[in-house]
Design a protein around this ligand. Sequence first.
Ligand SMILES: [Zn+2]
Length: 294
Amino acid sequence: MRTALIALILAALPVAAQPQSLANQLFGARQMPSLQEPQAIGSYANGCAAGLVRLPETGPSWQAMRLSRNRNWGHPDAIAYVQDLSRTAQQIGWKGLYIGDISQPRGGPMTSGHASHQIGLDIDIWMLPPRRLDLSVAERESLSSISVRSEDQRSVNANWTRQHHALLKQAALDARVDRIFVAAAVKIEMCKTATRADTGWLQKIRPAVGHNYHFHVRLRCPRGNRHCVTQTPSVAELSKGGNGCDATLEWWVTDFLNPPRRERTEPPAPRRRHPREFTLADLPAQCGEVLAAP
Ligand SMILES: [Zn+2]
């Protein structure tokens, strides 16, 4: 009887008032950042961020795209990085950069899309070289990026240029960067083009699913951000003089695209929860303060 009564009361409550409200709904509803010291909290796919700043919608060398998503917010380090890289893009002959998602105003899990981008340190940058930097808000909703990968996913296509290589190299050389995700075909092409001396930065270019329409820059935890958790193993540990242009890279065009048939000997691994299913209790404790802060 009592259980039935509680169930009845819970059913009558609006979703937002239930203690189990999803973190992505709570963070997705915040339109402005918290008035706190800038801080990345937690890890890239399980965290939030305090005191984020907005990438201006248009600058001398960039435009933020898909403004309706309100995801052009980042740690001040990330915003400075984007602006610096957009100037570098001009030096290699592009007009600048089109910037995709960074984070929500207070970071956290998102209502759609990414598992990461939660702590203000992940930045998506379009593969499309800008033709104009005066796109209207509406044009920034409708324009699409270009894929630099062939249909069979094994190589780059005619959209890939030397400027893409130069841009990604400069992007990776920056000490603020931990890693950059690109389609495996892009990494394979860059391994072919690079010289032996290019080893160090090339390790930071990592093959990942997707990432043929944009590349994804992941910055290291900013100094002094003691609640920020750097990804392990870090690319620095992986490096040890290598550049990732090896058998592990070939795996992406062999086993990944064409998985060999195997006998099933073990039960399937338990499904990992997507961040869209996280509640506030799943995030670092500081995220409650970020959400509640003015
Ligand atoms: Zn991304």
